[in-house]
Design a protein around this ligand. Structure first.
Ligand SMILES: [Zn+2]
Length: 148
């Protein structure tokens, strides 16, 4: 599976790749050389709008566009596996299932009442569940899938 390093200008794209379960690291501040170095070291494809980086086989150049347009282009080219709800959209860490009683106090009571399955991120502590927000995410992912 291809892993990605995503340019700081493409925050929304990073988030949506993570929603899909794809390993997408947000590029740290640094010059082009540093980014290429990280991509090389961690075996990632650098997704960027920086045309100066175009002539490198580790780089995918994208236009300024919303994630709905950028992501299908990425997934057309690279080998990926879509596993929604496996990765934290905040920090890219894989999430783990957690027992309901362990998150009491961490999510609103209404959410606890309406849901039985929860996931937590070890990296930043964010708790996930399949609420209406999640259904909307899945719908959007399905729409993107139609394009590749
Ligand atoms: Zn996290």
């Amino acid at each position: 599976m291809t892993k990605f390093l995503v340019d700081r200008m493409l925050g929304q794209t990073t988030k949506w790749l993570r929603f899909m379960g794809i390993d997408a690291k947000y590029a740290p501040k640094g010059d082009d050389e540093k980014l290429l170095e990280i991509a090389e070291e961690e075996d990632r494809v650098l997704i960027t709008r920086d045309k100066e980086l175009a002539n490198n086989d580790r780089v995918m150049l994208v236009e300024k566009a919303p994630p709905e347009e950028i992501i299908p282009k990425i997934l057309k080219i690279y080998d990926t596996e879509l596993k929604p709800l496996t990765r934290c959209s905040n920090c890219n860490t894989l999430v783990e299932k957690i027992e309901k009683q362990e998150i009491i106090g961490k999510v609103p009571e209404g959410v606890l009442e309406r849901n039985d399955e929860f996931w937590i991120c070890d990296g930043c502590g964010k708790v996930y569940w399949k609420g209406t927000h999640w259904e909307n995410i899945l719908k959007k992912i399905d729409k993107m899938k139609e394009k590749f």
